[in-house]
Write a protein that binds this ligand. Structure first.
Ligand code: HSE
Length: 342
């Protein structure tokens, strides 16, 4: 499998670490052999090598905040949007920053790759929340996969859970904590840290978006809720069709006061069906500390799914982070490898 990385920041590096660590087992157990034929990154530069570059070398350079200049391969200049169509690869790994309002430049990267017959795996929420229907159609027309498990709850299985494991269930409502940064901030505020210091820590740990407004204003959770509305309920809505409120008006004293009443503020994303309409919203809610969602702390995410056949199911797991999000891409790659082996 020839891999082309577009973006080589936290998430791309997380995937690279896992690919290197698990190289032998991937081949032995899953028949997946891979080589990296290119890395295009706005900050680090672009390097391509049709016979495969040394991913460890690239990872070390990136982790030392160096340009990819020392990495063996051919250096090319230009924007990824102009380069992708001219490159040969089997899978494009799209892990550039997310823009929830336009989906760019990621959606252009993805369109070009799919049209060229490359599979695409991504954790980029903007393109999926805004252009899911179009991108799936292009993928089908070109007989390739467009996979994005990590867009919701990073590597914790959610989209696969709906699409594969819970097949045959009817889903009535999905609600949960879908943003790690805000849950981390609310947790640390409960411990006495100020909003500003808690946000700074969330940035240090790599949970927050490049521009953290998208987290604290609720937009990141809104994008995830929209993806769930599309994938699970077949909605064609766009993110800002749904009401959205973030956590910026929640004060430390409100957090402490809620706790004294056995409640915790959580930023809740919710999707449900009302007659023939799919509804969704993001807003802070006071949740009972005894509810499964009320005990989810730090950057952890959780989703409670109301089904016809099983009642309530709650999935709890990491929703952000370098290796956690990297794993979702590895999971998508293994799915492609499995399908190809059939
Ligand atoms: N900024 C996001 C979060 C990253 O905090 O949950 C994962 O999508």
């Amino acid at each position: 499998m020839r891999l082309l990385f577009v973006g080589f920041g936290t998430v791309g590096q997380g995937l690279a670490e896992l690919l290197l660590e698990k190289k032998e087992i991937l081949t032995k157990e899953f028949g997946l052999t891979w080589q990296t034929v290119g890395i295009l990154d706005k900050k680090l530069g672009n390097v391509v090598a049709p016979e495969g570059l040394d991913l460890q070398e690239a990872l070390t350079a990136a982790q030392n905040q160096k340009l990819l200049e020392g990495v063996r391969g051919e250096r090319i200049s230009g924007e990824a949007t102009e380069l992708i169509s001219g490159l040969e690869a089997d899978v494009l790994i799209e892990v550039t920053y997310t823009d929830i309002k336009t989906g760019e430049p990621a959606v252009t990267h993805i369109r070009q790759a799919l049209e060229k017959g490359m599979h695409v795996v991504t954790t980029n929420k903007g393109p999926v929340a805004l252009f899911y229907e179009e991108l799936i159609d292009i993928a089908r027309a070109n007989n390739v996969h467009f996979l994005f498990e990590g867009t919701v709850m990073s590597g914790t299985p959610v989209l696969n859970l709906f699409r594969e494991t819970l097949i045959g269930c009817e889903f009535q409502e999905i609600k949960g904590i879908l943003n790690g940064t805000t849950n981390y901030i609310l947790t640390r505020m409960e411990e006495g840290l100020s909003y500003e210091d808690a946000l700074k820590k969330a940035q240090e740990f790599g949970y927050a978006e490049a521009v953290p407004d998208a987290d604290v204003l609720g937009w990141d959770a809104l994008a995830k809720v929209t993806i769930l509305a599309k994938v699970v309920f077949g909605s064609r809505a766009k993110p800002f069709d749904f009401p959205c409120e973030g956590i910026t008006s929640i004060t430390s004293s409100a957090v402490v006061n809620a706790l004294s009443r056995g409640k915790r503020f959580k930023l809740i994303g919710r999707v449900w069906r009302e007659r023939n309409l799919v509804k969704a919203e993001v807003a802070p809610e006071e949740i009972d500390i005894n509810h499964p969602l009320g005990s989810v702390m730090g950057a952890t995410n959780a989703l409670t799914i109301l089904t016809d056949s099983l009642g309530e199911i709650t999935v709890i797991g990491p929703g952000a982070g370098r290796r956690e999000t990297g794993y979702s891409l590895l999971n998508d790659l293994l799915k492609i490898a499995r399908e190809q082996a059939r």
